[in-house]
Design a protein. Structure first.
Ligand code: AN0
Ligand code: CP
Length: 312
């Protein structure tokens, strides 16, 4: 593996899932692989899980870790080519990415979408600019349109907890007071399309995800119908894609309750708003996998970093 920008960078998803599960049993088996190698974790946005689990994954492989909060601790970056930089931006991505590449062997980046400029978000301007001007592999820690470390985690969790060969997996939209990105549902949908699962998506009208991503997936507008006989229910809020970045409805009847979940397992990437996205009763029950999911973030990241280190 030369980079991890999206699910397409994975050659063999089933193989990578098995490698992650093996690392979970023996996390310190490859301590020499990362010796004298450094990863730089670069954040434009907040994070709890991604920051700590990626650091832990790198440390398990013997790597050194440096973290930079680009929003608060560094210079404001310019991404436009040929720009006359006489306003707020102090440093161009050309220098920034080239300089950081001299300090690190792998660069990992978190950069959320604007949710106002659809064209810029869809082009992945920030992630792609780092990749263009960096001379080291780049890892996506959630970009404008994708969260592939989360999706790999979710795939691992489903494999670990499946009791049948081809489980039914439902991605359901759930209400949230603020406009949220499409990255998590996009990447989850892509991962499920790569796996042998019975997958469908349910959301209110107006919340269709990018049709290029969901084109082969069943969309069911009736949540109760979609949830019927589900083995895994993955809840997530996202803002409208068609009416870009807008919150069109906040219908509380879409919140996941014990009655809706029935016998399925509950999944969410976290952070989750209790009693908005999902009821306390579900989150506090044995049917919730959210804590196990968050644990798997370490082994998903470790599997990816191991592949990158082995390709150097
Ligand atoms: C982010 C999102 O929805 O993409 C990060 C999730 C991992 N969530 C929030 O901003 C609450
Ligand atoms: N799931 C996830 O990416 O969480 P953080 O935003 O806390 O990193």
């Amino acid at each position: 593996m030369k980079q991890y920008l999206d699910l397409e960078d994975i050659n063999d998803l089933d193989g990578l899932i098995q490698k992650a599960i093996a690392l979970k049993s023996n996390p310190f088996n490859h301590q020499d692989l990362g010796r004298n190698k450094t990863i730089g974790l670069l954040f434009f946005n907040s994070s709890l899980r991604t920051r700590l689990s990626t650091q832990k994954a790198a440390q398990n492989l013997g790597m050194n870790v440096m973290t930079l909060d680009l929003k608060t601790d560094s210079w404001q970056l310019e991404f436009e080519d040929g720009s006359i930089m006489d306003a707020n931006t102090a440093e161009h991505i050309k220098e920034a990415a080239a300089v950081i590449s001299q300090y690190v062997d792998i660069m990992a980046l978190r950069a959320f979408p604007t949710l106002t400029d659809k064209a810029q978000d869809q082009k992945e301007t920030i992630l792609k600019s780092f990749q263009k001007y960096a001379s080291v592999p780049v890892v996506n820690m959630e970009s404008a349109t994708a969260h592939p470390l989360q999706a790999l985690t979710d795939a691992i969790t489903i494999v670990e907890h499946s009791t049948i060969k081809r489980p039914k997996v439902v991605l359901t939209w759930a209400p949230h007071p603020r406009a949220l990105p499409h990255a998590v549902p996009n990447s989850f949908a892509k991962a499920m399309q790569m796996m042998d699962v019975d997958f469908c998506i349910t959301h209110p009208k107006g919340y269709q995800l990018n049709p290029e991503i969901t084109r082969n997936t069943r969309i069911i507008y009736d949540q109760d119908e979609a949830l019927m006989n589900a083995d895994f229910v993955y809840a997530k809020n996202w803002s409208s894609y068609a009416d870009y970045g807008k919150v069109l409805c906040n219908d509380q009847s879409w919140m996941i309750t014990s009655k809706k979940l029935n016998n399925a397992k509950f999944m969410h990437c976290l952070p989750v708003r209790r009693n908005v996205i999902v009821s306390d009763q579900v989150l506090d029950s044995d049917q919730s996998l959210v804590i196990q999911q968050a644990n798997n973030r370490t082994y998903a990241a470790q599997a990816v970093l191991k592949e990158l280190l082995e390709s150097m």
